[in-house]
Write a protein that binds this ligand. Sequence first.
Ligand code: ZN
Ligand code: ZN
Length: 409
Amino acid sequence: MDLDKNLEKYADLLVSVGLNLKSGDNLAIRMTEDCLPLVRHIAKKAYQRGVKDIRLEFGDDSITLDRFLYGSDDAIGYYPDYVVDYMEKLFQDHHHVLSLVAPDPDLLKPVDPARIARWQKVAGMAAKRIQHYTMENEVKWCVAGVACPAWAKAAFPQLPAEEALAKLWENIFMATRVDQEDPVKAWWEHDAALKRRQDFLNNARFEKLHYHGPGTNLEVYLVPNHIWVGGSGFSKDGDVFMANIPTEEIFCMPHADKVNGTLRARMPLSVRGQIVDKFHFTFKDGQVVDFGAEVGQQILADLLEMDEGAKRLGEAALVAHNSPISNTGILFKNTLFDENASCHFALGAAYSENLEGSTERSNEENRKLGMNDSMIHVDFMVGGPDVTVTGIKSDGSDIVLLKDGEWQV
Ligand code: ZN
Ligand code: ZN
């Protein structure tokens, strides 16, 4: 594999499909040292496309960890407002955001979870007033993965470091279609296929979904006036862009109070560097009333106790089993990749884009309509070749959506 050649193709994909950068746009890149070779390709291509300015926001895992381990309580509670002002200025000056993630899935293992929770709350509250720029697509934004030694070690613990890193890149290139002759063309074709199904699902107006497979017999009502979302989105200026690369899912909003039955998860779930595996849930009126895990029972118990919404679903996503990501056959230990390998649900907060008019209503009003709220949003995979998903309309008629891991519509 010619890494540099692939990095150049990846860079091209991110600037042309991910952010669809145009003349006059600006670019802000969130990155770590591992991203630099890719970012240099990206910068070149972005300027060639007429970008006026590129700003780098540099982060470092080791320094992040030090804040949690050695920082005073003041350090955990400190998020200067002028940093948020600066970011807001960038958004107002047409800076579109590329977030490159080179995660260490085990990074925060040694940290007191209460410190993480406090920091997340402080940072979240500080940045709340600028959240709408990305959450409501006022700017174009894209999240993509970059291989790094720590991630490679977590994904391929049995391989020597160098081999693991090469293997992770190889799998990222497969999952993002960079290994294909013309990744940009492949992505627009893929997007068209996602949109076709998104439109089909939106036109069908299903009242509920039924999941059936080994250990799974689950009925999931969707909120009324739900919106299925998949693939590309539109910015406020009308530019099409891809918020996640890769993305294979078409997702919708389950009704927080109307989920009933049993569900067996198919693949391990990684929560802050810890693994929960071979787990199952029983839902009644939307709430998890029984659960068990052969591995990580206590981690799962803690997760469900985070708040009221943590025991309820906030996302139902359909993914065909036959996709470049699931065909890699590996657990990436990163949500961006793993959630796109199989049908999944998320425990916790729902996305406002899945409910018509939600941004004009209060949280309480949305909750009454079935939109779940929580401080967590944790995806876990349920689907696989042996799970059948059926859409059922209010008149009782049904359509099989996924069977044997493949789309039936
Ligand atoms: Zn999802
Ligand atoms: Zn999710």
